[in-house]
Design a protein around this ligand. Structure first.
Ligand code: SAM
Ligand code: SF4
Length: 349
């Protein structure tokens, strides 16, 4: 079955071999983009306070009642699968601070039709949870690390944790499951570009640099290294660094490879280079708002349906409604057009 939300007649295309009833669906938005990927936020809480993500204080804490229960998240996932969404990224806040997260990931991965479950984490709880996560069927992990310098890490994360703790987690994951290190590009960490990229030389990991987006606590006034500057710095270390067509995971990174590197270097030009034409995702906040685009506040609130006795058909309709409202492109380049006021930990980055 093809869910074509534009209203225009489109030929039905089977993009995958059908193994189960759920796997036969393809959902397209009004611009013909296939929507097959959902970022599921399980909490807005975090054990860090990264400067560009979360305010130090002042955000009214959500209560446990505000946050969707795991059964509710699974119900949304099941409805999404029946519409053609078959890959999920578990995120937050920090997903690994929520109790029961390993069993949730196990249940998510076990849903019929779910093809891939991945995780984005700051890595601090990975050493104690990694074995359980692997056993639960986790397919890949993204670990956030903006600097290898401990003092700088503490300043950026406004915490007493260290970059060494995160590096330990990265080393534990590398080679055991597909691992990416994600670093937000910050002016103060320009000297860390090459040391961070060197992780792709030392280990079997991809390292990706992400433009900071003007959301929530992010101060967009400071200038970050631009794309060309970043590539020039990296080419000075790896002269044969060349653009590759590789597409790793569901993200919009442009990848570069060198014969000296085990993994790839990725650049995610979230602000300057609109990759919206191939956007395949929606996001569910931890409080149940289904957001079709990061930069606009619009979304479809699924919580009243989940808690008000709505049946599966009504839930599917609501998901389709959110997808129907997906705009053609984000508006990060014109900051005044950004209507989303929540911070990244509340949205689910
Ligand atoms: N706590 C987990 C982590 O840090 O990976 C998951 C949630 S976090 C919000 C997800 C990703 O969003 C992280 O890689 C983080 O660096 C990124 N992020 C947060 N605020 C951002 C911003 N303003 N611009 C770009 N990326 C941001
Ligand atoms: Fe927490 Fe991740 Fe935000 Fe840092 S980026 S404050 S680790 S949610």
């Amino acid at each position: 079955m093809e869910h074509n939300l534009s209203g225009a007649a489109r030929p039905i295309r089977r993009l995958r071999k059908m193994n189960t009833a759920a796997e036969g669906c393809t959902m397209r938005d009004a611009f013909g983009r296939e929507i097959n990927y959902m970022r599921l936020s399980v909490t807005d809480r975090c054990n860090l306070r990264c400067r560009y993500c979360m305010p130090m204080e002042g955000v009214p804490p959500t209560t446990h009642g505000d946050i969707l229960r795991y059964e509710e998240l699974l119900r949304v996932a099941q409805a999404a699968v029946s519409l053609g969404i078959d890959r999920f990224k578990v995120t937050g806040g920090e997903p690994l601070v929520r109790r029961g997260i390993v069993d949730f990931i196990r249940s998510l991965k076990a849903l019929p039709g779910v093809r891939q479950v991945t995780l984005t984490t700051n890595g601090l709880h990975l050493p104690s949870l990694l074995d359980g996560l692997l056993d639960a069927g986790l397919d890949a992990v993204n670990i956030s690390l903006d600097t290898r310098d401990n003092a700088q890490y503490q300043a950026i994360t406004r915490s007493s944790h260290t970059a060494d703790e995160v590096l330990h987690a990265v080393r534990l994951c590398a080679g055991r499951l597909p691992t990416k290190v994600n670093a937000v590009l910050l002016s103060e960490t320009a000297a860390q570009l090459v040391p961070l990229a060197r992780l792709a030389e030392e280990l079997l990991v991809d390292v990706r640099f992400i433009e900071r987006m003007p959301l929530g606590a992010a101060d967009a006034s400071a200038s970050e290294p631009a794309h060309k500057e970043t590539i020039d710095l990296l080419r000075a270390a790896w002269p044969d660094l060349a653009s590759v067509q590789k597409r790793c995971g569901n993200g919009p990174a442009r990848y570069y490879a060198s014969t000296k590197l085990n993994g790839c270097i990725g650049l995610i030009e979230a602000v300057s280079h609109a990759f919206c034409a191939s956007c395949n995702r929606v996001r569910l906040t931890s409080t149940g708002l289904l957001k079709p685009c990061l930069c606009y506040e619009q979304g479809t609130d699924l919580k009243p349906l989940l808690r008000g006795g709505a049946d599966d058909a009504a839930l599917r309709d609501a998901i389709e409604q959110a997808v129907r409202g997906k705009p053609a492109a984000h508006c990060f380049a014109e900051r005044q057009a950004v209507t989303e006021r929540k911070s990244m930990n509340q949205i689910g980055g």
